[in-house]
Design a protein around this ligand. Sequence first.
Ligand code: NAP
Length: 474
Amino acid sequence: MNSPWRPWIDGKEAGSSTPRALINPATESPCTDVVPAGTAEVEAAVTGAHRAFRGGWRDLAPGKRAGILRAVAAKLREHEEELAKLETMQMGKAIADSRDEAGGAAGVFEYYAGAVTRLYGATIPVSRGGFDYTLRQPMGVVAAIVPWNFPLLIACWKVGPALAAGNAVVLKPASFSPLTAILLGQLASEAGLPDGVLQVLPGPGGSIGDALVGHPLVRKIAFTGSTEVGSHLMELAAKGIKRVSLELGGKSPNIVFADADVDQAAASSPMSVFANTGQDCCARSRIFVERKVFDRFVAGFVAATKALRIGDPLDEATQAGPLVSANQREISEAFLKEARGLGRTVLAGGDRPRPKGFYLNPAVVTGVEPADRIWREEIFGPVVCIRPFDGEDAMLEEVNASPYGLSASLWTNDLKRAIRVSNRIESGVISVNCHNSVHLDAPFGGFKTSGLGRDLGMEALANYTEVKNVYVAP
Ligand code: NAP
């Protein structure tokens, strides 16, 4: 294994700062060292990416670009197990989920390799005659800034379509999870991606982020992370009229109508909020249950929650590992303490199952009120609240009162209701009788403060292209 891990710039290791230890959240012990990038590496990465963009990548025949993306996908598949183990080591994800993530990352490159030759323009019969057509052209250097909860997958959601459209990318992974991003850069080089087309800069967002986003050669910022940082980056980008796409926070509802298969909803809902130990922007952390089936749903949900296997993320049977850090666990515990102080009921979990590692048993809270912070704010940990509702309109008003609008689940066997309610929920992604928010071939992203623009599917290519109109006189 590379140690210390270093920034990947122009096809080689770079950086000379003092290495920082990376902590394994399952053991609380250092697992490897990482050399963080500083402002000198930001300058080298951006200018190198710009050189690579102008010097050939932008103009490469689409078929050749597609071939390189397919080769990157093949490299990722070859290294799936290594990527999965690194992901688990750096952020505590259950190994089965890390394997899914590594496989999904390869799938993203496969999909966008196919998209390269489908970036269609239009021909337009303009009124004055002549020949008018549109082209979708790359923007230049894209800064991709990503979080630690799905580190490799979300990086690929940005890098895949950006490269497919002919851009160069400077990728900044989160400080907790730089390893799989650096390995992605190395594997892409091995697969034949020209030097400089994908640069990887581990390092603290608070110090290198502004330099990266503000760099005059960066034309586009693709960000996934908190709403606060997203809003800050949007302000910075405004100065240079840079393009911005943002995937931000959420407080997603899970709505269960009495006519649904209530037992199935109760059995499957715990993993819609506790998978990845609740550190999921789509976590269904507010559950609305029609009052006449409330007790039955809660009993089934609590039983299924207690049966979850929380433990060593390297154990094949584990369904959820530790949180990423001590701080992330304390945030969840503080929400639970406040709720207990208000007299709310913690029906299960909220305790620490192991003396070492940042573990927390999944917590189920009832008796909450709409004004409670635990009901309104994103927690990003294994905490769920369940409330009864009495009518569709009042429930929808409460659902849509949230400033967030990322995902929502809806359980009903009434087709008309499913369509009506899906239309009225102010969220970018709706799942009916299931909890699947993410399909690599369909758009993913949020309404309101949950984001701007869409990842995945053909829709994501709009984030990475400019439309040019060409008119040829008759
Ligand atoms: P975060 O604190 O916003 O960090 C995200 C990324 O931004 C990290 O790489 C971070 O670097 C960087 N960053 C922090 N401050 C920066 C600055 N001033 N300039 C430039 N970059 C900066 O979020 P997080 O704690 O990693 O992730 C959790 C949040 O992400 C949650 O709100 C969650 O809902 C959201 N999320 C959304 C989606 C979605 O698709 N909608 C998916 C996953 C997560 P450092 O790590 O070095 O601080």
